[in-house]
Design a protein around this ligand. Sequence first.
Ligand SMILES: O=C(O)C1=C[C@@H](OP(=O)(O)O)[C@@H](O)[C@H](O)C1
Ligand SMILES: C=C(OP(=O)(O)O)C(=O)O
Length: 424
Amino acid sequence: MAVDHVGMSVVDVPGSKSITARALFLAAAADGVTTLVRPLRSDDTEGFVEGLARLGYRVGRTPDAWQVDGRPQGPAAAEADVYCRDGATTARFLPTLAAAGHGTYRFDASEQMRRRPLLPLTRALRDLGVDLRHERAEGHHPLTVRAAGVEGGEVVLDAGQSSQYLTALLLLGPLTRKGLRIRVTDLVSVPYVEITIAMMRAFGVRVDREGDVFVVPPGGYRATTYAIEPDASTASYFFAAAAVTPGAEVTVPGLGTGALQGDLGFVDVLRRMGAQVSVGASGTTVRGTGLLRGLTVNMRDISDTMPTLAAIAPFAEGPVRIEDVANTRVKECDRLEACAENLRRLGVAVATGPDWIEIQPGVRGAGAEIASYGDHRIVMSFAVTGLRVPGISFDDPGCVRKTFPGFHEAFAELRGRPGNGVQA
Ligand SMILES: O=C(O)C1=C[C@@H](OP(=O)(O)O)[C@@H](O)[C@H](O)C1
Ligand SMILES: C=C(OP(=O)(O)O)C(=O)O
């Protein structure tokens, strides 16, 4: 088996996409000028900034920091046409931000983002009195918001397919006249809601929770200086690389015990499988021990790391079964089927159900071309597989630009030799 050299590496992972998107929303809505330190520069966050600019917000940028002139009263533009690209945070958060202002704003997105669901959020916004019209299908982009401020009050929300609906409404709460009481009937990806609440706190707003009801007071946000954590989902590829390479050690600084992101919990999965993991105050280190056990794991809270685990699962001693990840079918692609198809291309035995995937040990084929489906996580995950299976290539390696344009270079550096057989 080809075992590549990973050695001992310190990997500087770019900023969190989720934290950058929330920080941009909060800064745009805040009273004053906010400085965002080390934001993520990638297609998703560039799309968010471009959307803000179209809505009339001013964002000044240096390589390491962005300055946002907050407008508590809402967008400066009376009319705007915003293209949200492929980013669900952009496509779900920006129309919600715009709803609190006064003007007519149209939002559209990539073909895949047009397919991804939105209905529970647009329904909730309408229930709150927002004039929101879909051009084609109910609950999908393109859509137009005729904004006239939001009164607030109580609203019921099903966030069983995406927590981003709840995050959008939580972020909106302080911009409404009466505040919001959001009654949630179902919720996935809970740690992302915790990120939202922690970040709202940093911008001066306290969210209270009474059972299934999230209570958000009116009153707006306070501008601040906010440092963005490295992206924990991105870090998963580098941690996984260490775990599948006996003796290799990867440290990601800036992601430690105080981290906001639930996806850092991926290292607990690696620990259960046999990797050595240490989470300290200033960073996290994973060391490959040569042992990789199979396991059954519920990834409802950290489903962005499902493809990472699926891609290294064939190297485990026993089957790996990942459960409760139905909503990975409505992401950048149907990730359960994309993982299954690509594993089969490599000669791995795999089965899927509505919300699970089970992967058997062993790679019986040679390398193959991986079908990316335009999904950054499929490419980054199977790059890790490529550490142990020679001859893996990608039909669309560049789609990593969504969250990490420099991924292939960083991964090649980790492997200790340039090129990595991957053309970006
Ligand atoms: O709020 C966020 O920033 C995110 C929430 C998660 O989505 P879902 O809540 O749709 O699972 C995650 O998959 C996505 O990458 C980012
Ligand atoms: C699902 C993802 O992105 P989003 O939903 O923000 O488009 C992701 O980054 O894996």
